[in-house]
Write a protein that binds this ligand. Structure first.
Ligand SMILES: CC(C)(COP(=O)(O)OP(=O)(O)OC[C@H]1O[C@@H](n2cnc3c(N)ncnc32)[C@H](O)[C@@H]1OP(=O)(O)O)[C@@H](O)C(=O)NCCC(=O)NCCS
Length: 428
């Protein structure tokens, strides 16, 4: 219900027996309402079903990077192998429709997405404005972090600089300070000042003047903010956070995972690979020559970056969303044409090779081309943008992990000898 409707209905509501409350604009007040309810709901659920079996673990799963093992609770988003991501139950098109946009803008604001991720509710414009103001207030970096960044050599990868800077921001952690002063564990979630981790990204406090860039940044933001809890970066922040390391330390650990080429660095890898392809094959490339190029990549023991996924089994809807954007705004861009041509060819080659469980493109197959079109040609910064966006999801979850009192994460590891013993074979 909008504030205007509420205003018109006010006299009626005041006279009715049940007096409805206006939504809070302040995130902390909203969470203070939600958290006790959720704590009770989960307590009851655990009491009733705590011993219920929810799956089987096979030896393949243990050797296979724990694929498909249900092993952690992560509230902010869920990834369906066929359909793709849903943020608190909302698909990407639903979020695009429902979340507040900037005046004249066509894509949701990151602040609104953050509100949705953390509360599970679609925010009002007032709530989004509240988040914007809070973020802007906390955008400044302490001088020791600026000095450290200035002193890094230029050949240090931006992701390493980013991660180091976030780690060094731990000097500002209200959580670490409150913990050392003996704050009660039921209050951990309230020490949310560290959420300023989000606000200290490169965009904070700056006015993005180019409308298309603004639009594009919002879209990229939206596409990489959260992808459930088991991916390398989300899981890392969850794991490190479970030791009660403060949000800066948890998030910087996540960024070190994101910097890997099989995870977030893939968006840079795609551009490097595309540029090399263009250099070797020239502008207009026949399908046949492109096929050979892809096969050469595979035969040399490398992956085709931007294709495949550990969970998804269809084209990533985040890829589709960016493709639609490109079809509308840059249909004749040579790099986009190359990406579109690859979409026709790579899946068939991967299927023919018969190894990848998912031959379809993921988000990284597209994002770099859009960034490059709008003038961001420094490829090694692409993963930093992804990282800034991921802060929304992993830090929203961290608040809930604290509120729900999640314990130290400590799965059981096995030696091969032990596993063989468990299944009753002596073949080792
Ligand atoms: C994302 C990724 C790491 C998922 O890995 P996974 O869950 O192990 O994927 P699969 O189970 O399908 O892998 C089975 C085999 O297919 C291979 N494979 C998967 N995707 C491939 C790709 N894009 N190109 C070539 N080979 C691929 C794997 O390397 C593996 O080979 P192996 O048996 O020799 O070890 C993988 O698809 C990949 O490396 N993609 C390219 C990098 C990328 O785009 N990352 C961003 C992900 S959002």
């Amino acid at each position: 219900m909008s504030f205007l409707t509420l205003h018109r209905l006010a006299p009626k509501l005041l006279n009715s027996k049940v007096r409805r409350r206006e939504p809070h604009d302040n995130l902390k007040d909203v969470l203070a309402d939600l958290i006790p309810k959720e704590q009770t709901r989960i307590k009851n659920f655990k009491q009733q079903y705590g011993k219920t079996n929810i799956g089987q673990i096979t030896v393949d799963m243990v050797y296979g990077g724990m694929r498909g093992m249900k092993g952690l609770v992560y509230e902010t988003s869920v990834l369906d192998p066929e359909e793709g991501i849903r943020f608190r139950g909302y698909s990407i098109p639903e979020c695009q429709k429902l979340l507040p946009k900037a005046p004249g803008g066509e894509e949701p604001l990151p602040e609104g997405l953050f509100w949705l991720l953390i509360t599970g509710q679609i925010p009002t414009e007032e709530q989004v404005n509240w988040v914007s103001k809070e973020w802007a207030k906390r955008a400044a970096l302490p001088s020791h972090v600026v000095t450290m960044l200035d002193n890094f050599p230029t050949n240090l990868h931006p992701m390493s600089q980013f991660s180091a800077a976030i780690t060094a921001l731990n000097s500002e952690s209200s959580f670490a300070r409150a913990y050392s002063e003996g704050v009660h564990k039921s209050k951990y979630w309230e020490v949310r000042e560290d959420l300023q981790t989000i606000t200290k990204g490169p965009w904070s406090g700056k006015t993005v003047t180019c409308v298309s860039c603004n639009f594009l940044l919002m879209m990229l933001f939206f596409n990489t903010s959260d992808h459930e809890g088991g991916n390398v970066s989300a899981h890392t922040s969850h794991l490190v956070g479970s030791a009660l390391s403060d949000p800066y330390l948890s998030f910087s650990a996540a960024m070190n995972g994101l910097a890997g080429p099989l995870h977030g660095l893939a968006n840079q890898e795609v551009l490097v690979w595309l540029t090399a392809l263009q250099k070797e094959l020239g502008g207009e490339v026949s399908d046949e020559r492109m096929r050979d190029y892809i096969w050469n990549t595979l035969k040399s023991g490398r992956v085709v970056p931007g294709y495949g996924h550990a969970v998804l089994r269809k084209t990533d809807p985040r890829y589709t969303c960016q493709r639609e954007f490109a079809l509308k705004h840059l249909p004749n861009d040579p790099m986009f044409k190359l990406v579109a041509q690859l979409y026709k060819i790579v899946p068939n080659v991967l299927l023919e090779q018969g190894k990848a469980k998912n031959p379809w493109p993921n988000v990284d197959a597209h994002s770099g081309v859009l960034l490059q079109y709008y003038g961001m040609t420094e490829m090694n910064y692409y993963t930093v943008l992804f990282g800034v966006s991921r802060a929304l999801g992993v830090l929203a979850q961290l608040v809930w992990s604290r509120a729900l009192g999640f314990p130290l994460e400590r799965p059981k590891s096995m030696s091969t000898e032990g596993l063989m013993g468990l299944v009753g074979t002596k073949s080792g």
